[in-house]
Write a protein that binds this ligand. Structure first.
Ligand SMILES: CC(C)(C)CN1C(=O)[C@@H](CC(=O)N[C@@H](CC(=O)O)C(=O)O)O[C@H](c2cccc3ccccc23)c2cc(Cl)ccc21
Length: 342
């Protein structure tokens, strides 16, 4: 059996991964052994940065400094951050961030360089938008580039660095960026009700101010028609990224990387389909079912090339199996299922 090099810190990292997003944690754990730990650490670093960005209790000047220098902390053994507000969901991750740093410094230097570079650029962008509003659609694209597009650009570089994907993929920065923009725009559109209640502003002002006078009117049922018209305008903007998403996915060779990339995109396609022209979005947080998501991908997108459709068939079986009663068997089935991939 391959000697399991699993330090206590690495086990702790996977525990945090499970806590932060259970379903996505399962997808990360199915990744090829060469990438699994790299992406786990990458995800936790980004989660740490996101926790600082989301924290409205931090004094602005201090918050900007933490965001802009976060990438340097990756090289300071023992560093952690205990200034998060009490309600910050992932504050414990930052309190134990020294564990993430220990494992980050165990990664190959090439992986460390990619993660540190993305973290630096993302921190700069988040700092900029701490004191700048999302006014135009261009601002919306720039903000989403910083918080999600960069994640995709980093992932493509990590896939190539692992040797599992040919070196073409990291040259497709625009496609990698679109992968992130589609996920982030879909989340922002779906979460509008919660965000307006929490006094968070992610819908571009230039767009909603064509439909209502005050952002609060978006979730006021008196202006439901205007709200839904604004919703549709943003949904169509997000949907414009789907051809790039399909183009990127069609160029992935490794079956575990395909699954890692395709599952969140499939959920997002089902989510945007559910949001389009749906008044419920203006009064609650609408949610999709996983298997429904993959059916949507197969039917609505109906990709021409048979290989892609076959990939989706295997994906559908695996997602169904994963939600089956006993994880153990479905896990085995999951691996077997991919044997027929070639
Ligand atoms: C903001 C975001 C979209 C980048 C967050 N993001 C994702 O949304 C996760 C999915 C996720 O976390 N889903 C949650 C639900 C949710 O939180 O909405 C779940 O529980 O299923 O996927 C993305 C992600 C996965 C695969 C390829 C990507 C390419 C470009 C950009 C992001 C890509 C992600 C990959 C990494 Cl490494 C880090 C973060 C993310």
């Amino acid at each position: 059996i391959q000697k399991l090099k699993c330090s206590s810190e690495l086990i702790r990292c996977y525990q945090y991964l499970e806590q932060t997003s259970r379903s996505f944690a399962a997808v990360i754990q199915e990744l090829h052994p060469e990438l699994k730990d790299v992406i786990c650490i990458y995800y936790l670093v980004l989660r740490g940065l996101d926790t600082v960005e989301d924290d409205m209790t931090l004094e602005i000047k201090y918050k900007k400094e933490v965001l802009e220098t976060f990438y340097e902390k990756l090289y300071i053994r023992g560093w952690s951050f205990a200034d998060s507000g009490p309600n910050e969901e992932d504050a414990p991750l930052l309190i134990e961030f020294d564990v993430v740093i220990t494992e980050f410094l165990n990664l190959k230097k090439e992986y460390q360089d990619v993660i540190a570079k993305i973290t630096r650029e993302m921190g700069m962008g988040m700092s900029k938008y701490t004191t700048k509003k999302v006014n135009t659609v261009e601002d919306w694209n720039e903000y989403c580039h910083y918080v999600a597009g960069l994640v995709g650009i980093g992932l493509s570089q990590l896939f190539v660095a692992s040797g599992l994907e040919p070196s073409g993929i990291e040259k497709l920065e625009a496609l990698s960026n679109s992968m992130g923009l589609f996920l982030q725009k879909t989340n922002i559109i779906r979460d509008v009700f919660e965000d307006v209640i929490d006094d968070r502003r992610f819908w571009p002002i230039e767009v909603w101010s064509k439909h209502v006078n005050l952002v609060g009117d978006l979730i006021n049922d008196k202006y439901l028609t205007q709200g839904v018209n604004c919703l549709n305008e943003l949904c169509l903007n997000a949907i414009e990224h789907i051809p790039d998403v399909l183009d990127y996915l069609s160029q992935i060779h490794d079956r575990t990387i395909f699954s890692f990339c395709a599952i969140p995109q499939t959920m997002a396609i089902a989510t945007i389909t559910l949001c389009l022209n749906n008044p419920k979005v203006m009064s609650e947080n609408v949610k999709i079912r996983k298997t429904e998501a993959i059916r949507v991908m197969k039917q609505k997108i109906a990709p021409t090339d048979a290989v892609f459709l076959k990939k989706l068939d295997i994906l559908e079986k695996n997602v169904q199996l994963k939600t089956g009663p006993s994880m153990a068997n479905s896990k085995y089935e999951y691996v077997r299922g991919f044997e027929t991939f070639e």
